[in-house]
Each structure stands twice: as structure tokens, then as C-alpha cells.
Design a protein around this ligand. Structure first.
Ligand SMILES: C[S@@+](CC[C@H](N)C(=O)[O-])C[C@H]1O[C@@H](n2cnc3c(N)ncnc32)[C@H](O)[C@@H]1O
Ligand code: SF4
Length: 349
């Protein structure tokens, strides 16, 4: 392993950012475009070292400090973004919709509230008619945002997911269809059927030693020389025992209160559908603690503009501590657009 200078960004003759990374066995000749080593930078390597050697110090001191700095930077930006939406004559429809067609996962990630060892939800598979009705409503809205065909689940456990992606693609030509999977059930044959109907596929490879699991290795071998997949497909290496965000205080290996003060943008731009048609507060409301509507009784637009959603939005504007789940949540659900474009500049260099 060695350090390589990856990229720098220049503005008015000044170098703003220098990014370095540790080379790993998956990087080099085109492969690095598919594989994203989470915490791949120098600070990431240090963080992993501390996480592995002193997890409780990492959880109690390092992570809360990082969150507080992010909170300070993001607060004015997120407020401005929310105000912009509130100023519109008609409140705009969500930018992201997540559809959970099955509420189960086969994974055992230590940081996830729905890992198969701790998931307390009664089993539910979405009725086909409900899925079609959601897609039809989105089609009538000319939906051009992001449709996630997963939420707090492993979407490939639902055998209909390939067909569902096809239905979504046909009816939402302007929508951006995304799928996140742990890749354990993905075969090359399924990949070939799924990928034409997706705009983005993220394969989260959960392993504690930066090793690709066998099915993911097969996909990697299949796509590594096929440039056409490299922007559409990413494989992300995540440690199964990593300490990540609190998921509204529900992450099994991290439940610290972070006392963040920035409002969360999620209820202002995101719509999360559970398999029974009920609407959750946000993607971190993994177990469906909150219900903001029911698609078996109401339309998407009725729920989005309804009393429950506005009550939540008004509360979150007063502060995260006004809602039980939010007071323990350290997610920002917001990446400033200018920072995002900077990442794209760096990535595309
Ligand atoms: C709940 S998973 C469902 C999709 C699929 N099973 C997967 O793992 O990619 C959706 C995303 O949430 C992320 N996630 C789960 N628990 C998390 C936590 N505590 N903090 C941050 N991200 C988390 C996962 O890594 C994944 O990218
Ligand atoms: S992160 Fe994904 S794979 Fe891991 S337990 Fe959660 S839903 Fe399953």
C-alpha cells in the first residue's frame, strides 16, 4: 500500500484542495472508477485505525466532534434551501421517493437497525397493485426526481424487483432510478437484466477486510473492462462492524445523542413508502416509528401536502429536539450543491 496524489482543484491560480489516497489492491488502471473505498483518504485511514483499536473513544469523542463541525457549516445552508422551497407559490413535490417493496434484509451489518439479527418488523411484501399505483401517480406528476427502489431492506429479496425496475423505467422516462444492494444475491444474469432500467446501481460490499464477497467479485470481473458501466455502477467497500451514523438513535452499535442544531431537510424533500403503503418520517425512520399517511387510502399529493407532513416540517424547523427520533439523529440528509459539484470536478479529472 502506498500514498498517491489523486487530484487537486485550482481556482484563480490557487490550489484549493489536494486529495491523497492510499492505493489498495482494487485501484489502478480504470478499476478505481468502479470501486469506492469508503474512508479511503488519509483521515479515513486514521479514523478506521481508531475505530478498530478504541471504538468507544471513537464513538464518544471523534464522531460527535465531526458532527458538530458539520452541523455548524451546514446549518445556514440547509436553512436557506428550506426557505427557498417555502417561498415557492406552490410547495414543490419531493425530490426523492424511496419504495420499500419488502421489509426484510439478509445482512447482519452491526450499524444497521434492520439487520436480520435485530429487525423487529412484521414481515410485509408490497402488493403489486400498490406498486403500480405509485408509479402511475408519479408518471402523472411527470416525476423527474430520484426513485430509490429500496429503503430499509435488501431489495433483491423481492423477486419482482427486476420487473418493477422495468415498469418504473417505462413509465418514468425522466426519473432517476437508483438501487442499493448488498450484492449477496446478485448474479451476472440478474445484473444484465436490471442495469438497462437503472440510472445508478450501488453495490455495498460489507466485509471487514476490504475483500469482495464472491457474488460482488463476479460482477466486478464482468464489468471491470466495460467502460459503459463505470459511471452507472459503484461498488462500495464498507466494514460490517463500522461505526456510522445513529440512524435516529436506532443504530445497534451507536446511539449517542449529538445535540445538533441544524434543521433536517428530509421531510421537505423526501417521501418514504413502506410495503404496506404507509409513509415514514424519513429513511432513518427504519422501523416506521412515524406514519405520515397511507397510500392505500390517500394519494401521494394528498399526503405530501397533508396535515401530518406539515406538522412534522413545522416542528423540525424549531429544532431536532422537538421530535423523538430526530433528537438522536446525526444525519444531515443534505449535501450542499457547490460542494457536490466540487467532488464531481475532482472525480472527473
Ligand atoms: C439500509 S441499506 C438498504 C440497501 C442495501 N441493503 C444496502 O445495504 O446497500 C441503505 C443504505 O443505508 C446505509 N446504512 C445502514 N445503516 C447505516 C448507518 N447506521 N449509518 C449510515 N448509513 C447506514 C447502508 O450502508 C446503505 O448504503
Ligand atoms: S445495511 Fe443493508 S445489508 Fe446491511 S443489514 Fe442494513 S439493510 Fe441489510
Amino acid at each position: 500500500m502506498h500514498i498517491t496524489l489523486v487530484s487537486y482543484y485550482k481556482a484563480k491560480g490557487t490550489i484549493l484542495i489536494i486529495s491523497v489516497r492510499f492505493e489498495s489492491k482494487y485501484m489502478g488502471s480504470g478499476k478505481s472508477e468502479i470501486i469506492d473505498i469508503t474512508h479511503g483518504g488519509v483521515s479515513g485511514k486514521v479514523a478506521i485505525f481508531i475505530q478498530k483499536n478504541n471504538p468507544s473513544f471513537y464513538e464518544k469523542n471523534i464522531l460527535p466532534s465531526i458532527s458538530l463541525v458539520q452541523d455548524f457549516i451546514i446549518k445556514p445552508l440547509v436553512k436557506k434551501e428550506i426557505e427557498k422551497k417555502l417561498d415557492e407559490e406552490n410547495y414543490p413535490i419531493f425530490e426523492v421517493i424511496e419504495i420499500e417493496t419488502i421489509n426484510r434484509c439478509n445482512g447482519d451489518c452491526a450499524f444497521c437497525p434492520v439487520n436480520k439479527k435485530v429487525d423487529s418488523r412484521p414481515f410485509k411484501l408490497m402488493e403489486r397493485e400498490l406498486f403500480i399505483s405509485i408509479i402511475n401517480q408519479l408518471s402523472n406528476l411527470n416525476f423527474s426526481g430520484k426513485l430509490n427502489l429500496y429503503s430499509n431492506n435488501e431489495p433483491l429479496l423481492d423477486e419482482r424487483i427486476i420487473e418493477f425496475a422495468e415498469i418504473a423505467r417505462l413509465n418514468l422516462p425522466d426519473g432517476h432510478i437508483h438501487l442499493f444492494t448488498n450484492g449477496t444475491l446478485l448474479t451476472v444474469e440478474m445484473f444484465q437484466k436490471l442495469i438497462p432500467n437503472l440510472d445508478f446501481l450501488l453495490i455495498d460490499n460489507y466485509h471487514d477486510n476490504d475483500t469482495l464477497n464472491d457474488p460482488v467479485q463476479d460482477i466486478f470481473d464482468f464489468i471491470k473492462e466495460k467502460q459503459e458501466f463505470h459511471k452507472k455502477v459503484k461498488i462500495r467497500l464498507i466494514r460490517k462492524n463500522a461505526i456510522r451514523t445513529t440512524r435516529g438513535g436506532q443504530a445497534p452499535n451507536k446511539s449517542k445523542i449529538s445535540n445538533l442544531t441544524s434543521p433536517c431537510i428530509s421531510p421537505f424533500n423526501t417521501f418514504i413508502v413502506r410495503p404496506d403503503g404507509k409513509i415514514s418520517l424519513c429513511t432513518r425512520d427504519a422501523l416506521g416509528t412515524y406514519t405520515l399517511g397511507d397510500l392505500t387510502k390517500q394519494s401521494i399529493v394528498e399526503i405530501w401536502n397533508g396535515k401530518e407532513f406539515w406538522t412534522i416540517r413545522n416542528k423540525i424547523l424549531q429544532g431536532r429536539n422537538k421530535l423523538n427520533l430526530c433528537k438522536d439523529c446525526d444525519a444531515f440528509a443534505y449535501v450542499p450543491h457547490n460542494i457536490l459539484s466540487l467532488f464531481h470536478v475532482l472525480r472527473d479529472k
